[in-house]
Design a protein around this ligand. Structure first.
Ligand code: ADP
Ligand code: MG
Length: 450
C-alpha cells in the first residue's frame, strides 16, 4: 500500500516537491493493536508538512487499499549520515597553495553587507513562504547539517533576499565568530573577473572557500557563463565537503536556468529546493500592518485591507503602495483612510488589470485554436481533448506573462500552483518529442504575438 500511495503522490506533485516530502520517507513500524503506523521523515520541516497536509490523505489511501483505519505518526530520522551526502574527502595536498594569507574574521565582517532590516523578526510568515521560512530557520540553527545547499526560488519581490540575509543575521547572533559571506551573483562574477585581471585569484578563492556560510543571491545570473560556473563549482565542492552551509536564491529552478552545467544542476538538488509563492491577502495585510507599525503610521484595518487587495503579487510593490499612500496623505495634509488610499493608488489598478487580460487572451486564442471553450480550459474535465489545450494554455501563460504560478492557477478556475507547474514541465518536455505539440505551441505563439 505504501508503494501505491507513493505512486499516487508522485503523479500529483512535481519532482521538486515530491523529492522534498518523499525522499527518505518510509514506514518503520506498524502496531496491529493500535493501528499506529510509524513513519520516518527526513527532517522537521517534512514532519510538519506531513502532519498538516499529507496525513489525512495517507489515512484515506490506506483505508482504500487495505481497509484499515491507520494512525500515522511521524518521526524525524537521524539523517546526519544521510546516504545522499557524497563526501569525497580530498587529500590535503590537493588544496590550493596558500600563497596569500587567509582572510581573518575582520575582513569578513568589513565586507559583509547585510541589510539590518532583513531579519527573521521582521519576516511575516504566511502560506506562500512558510516552508521556505521553516527551512531557512532550520539552516540558521544547524548550518551544514541538513538542507545543504538550500535553494530558495520564486518571483521578484517575494522575500528571497530578506530570508537569505535573515539566515546570515541569525547565524552571526548565535555564533559571532563564524564567517558569513553574502554576495549578489553579479558581484561574484565581477570579483572573479577582476581577480583574474589583477592576479589576485588566490585571495578571491580564500574568501569564498573558507567561510562557514555562503549566501549567493540571484544565482540565475550564472546562466551561460561557463567560466564562472566552473569557478563556483569548485567553491561549492570545497565548502560542501567541509560541511559548510551554502544558500542560494534564484527566480527559477536550476533546471530552468539557461545553460547551467549538469553538475551544478544536480548539486543544487542535493539539499532542499523550496519555492516562495505570492502571499495571500491575509499575509499581505499582516505585512502591511508590520510595516505601518515600524513607520509609526496609524492606519485602520479597512484601509490596510484595501491597500493589500490592490497589490496581489510583489511585496516590494506592496511596500511601494504604502509609501505612495503615505506620501499622498502628507501632500494633501489628510489622514490616511480608504478614500485617500483609493486616490493614491488609482494608477496601480490599471497595471494589474492589464496582467489579468493577458491570461484571458491566451485562453481565448488557445480555445479557438483547439475548437473548445475557455470555460472548458478553466474547468475540471480530464479528457485528452481538453487536458492538452489546458496544459498548453498554462504553459503559454507561464512563458508569455509575468504572472506567478498561483496567479495562473487562479485564472484557470482556481487550480493549485503545482498543477500549473506540472503542466508547464510536461509541455516543455513534449515540445522536444511530440511534433504536434511543438507545431501547436509555435502557431499559438505567433498568433499571440500579433
Ligand atoms: P526578492 O529578493 O525575492 O526579490 P526581497 O527579499 O528583496 O525580495 O523583498 C522585497 C521587499 O519585501 C523587502 O523590503 C522585504 O523586506 C519585503 N518582504 C518580503 N517578504 C516579506 C515578509 N514575508 N515579511 C515582511 N517583509 C517582506
Ligand atoms: Mg532579491
Amino acid at each position: 500500500f505504501w508503494q501505491h500511495f507513493n505512486d499516487e503522490m508522485r503523479e500529483r506533485f512535481n519532482e521538486v516537491a515530491y523529492n522534498a516530502w518523499f525522499k527518505n520517507t518510509k514506514p518503520i513500524s506498524y502496531n496491529k493493536g493500535t493501528h499506529e503506523l510509524k513513519i520516518a521523515v527526513q527532517n522537521p520541516v517534512a514532519k510538519g508538512y506531513w502532519e498538516k497536509n499529507l496525513s489525512s490523505q495517507l489515512i484515506q489511501s490506506a483505508y482504500g487499499y487495505v481497509n484499515i483505519e491507520i494512525l500515522p505518526t511521524f518521526h524525524v530520522a537521524d539523517d546526519s549520515k544521510s546516504p545522499e551526502r557524497m563526501v569525497t574527502p580530498k587529500p590535503k595536498t590537493a588544496r590550493p597553495l596558500h600563497t596569500s594569507k587567509a582572510p581573518d574574521h575582520e575582513d569578513f565582517m568589513r565586507d559583509l553587507q547585510l541589510n539590518d532590516k532583513y531579519t527573521f523578526d521582521n519576516f511575516v510568515q504566511g502560506e506562500g513562504n512558510k516552508l521556505a521560512a521553516g527551512a531557512a530557520l532550520a539552516v540558521a540553527d544547524s548550518p551544514g547539517s541538513f538542507y545543504n545547499p538550500l535553494f530558495i526560488f520564486g518571483g521578484v519581490g517575494l522575500g528571497k533576499t530578506h530570508l537569505m540575509q535573515a539566515i546570515g543575521h541569525q547565524m552571526l547572533a548565535e555564533r559571532p565568530n563564524s564567517k558569513v559571506v553574502y554576495i549578489q551573483s553579479e558581484t561574484f562574477v565581477n570579483d572573479f573577473i577582476n581577480s583574474i585581471k589583477n592576479k589576485t585569484q588566490d585571495q578571491f578563492r580564500e574568501k569564498y572557500r573558507t567561510c562557514d556560510l555562503l549566501l549567493v543571491d540571484d544565482i540565475q545570473f550564472f546562466a551561460k557563463k561557463e567560466g564562472i560556473q566552473e569557478e563556483f563549482f569548485h567553491t561549492f565542492e570545497t565548502l560542501y565537503n567541509d560541511q559548510k552551509q551554502i544558500v542560494m536564491t534564484s527566480d527559477r529552478l536550476p533546471t530552468e536556468i539557461p545553460d547551467l552545467s549538469e553538475r551544478l544542476v544536480s548539486r543544487f538538488a542535493w539539499g532542499l529546493q523550496v519555492e516562495i509563492t505570492p502571499p495571500d491577502l491575509e499575509t499581505r495585510i499582516a505585512i502591511l500592518r508590520k510595516k505601518a507599525e515600524a513607520e509609526h503610521l496609524t492606519i485602520d484595518d479597512n484601509t490596510l485591507d484595501y491597500i493589500a487587495s490592490q497589490v496581489d503579487t510583489n511585496i516590494r510593490e506592496l511596500e511601494g503602495a504604502l509609501v505612495k499612500v503615505q506620501a499622498h496623505a502628507t501632500i494633501e495634509k489628510e489622514d490616511i483612510n480608504v478614500n485617500l488610499a483609493r486616490e493614491a493608488l488609482a494608477d496601480l489598478k490599471l497595471v494589474q488589470k492589464d496582467r489579468g487580460l493577458q491570461i484571458s487572451k491566451i485562453q481565448e486564442v488557445v480555445a479557438n485554436y483547439f475548437q473548445t471553450s475557455t470555460t472548458e480550459l478553466k474547468g475540471k474535465r480530464r479528457v485528452r481533448q481538453i487536458v492538452v489545450p489546458r496544459q498548453i494554455a498554462m504553459y503559454l501563460s507561464r512563458e508569455l506573462t509575468d504572472a506567478s504560478l498561483p496567479k495562473i492557477g487562479q485564472e484557470f478556475g482556481g487550480k493549485d500552483h503545482t498543477t500549473v507547474m506540472h503542466a508547464y514541465q510536461k509541455i516543455s518536455r513534449q515540445i522536444k518529442t511530440d511534433s504536434d505539440i511543438k507545431t501547436a505551441v509555435f502557431d499559438l505563439k505567433q498568433m499571440l504575438d500579433r
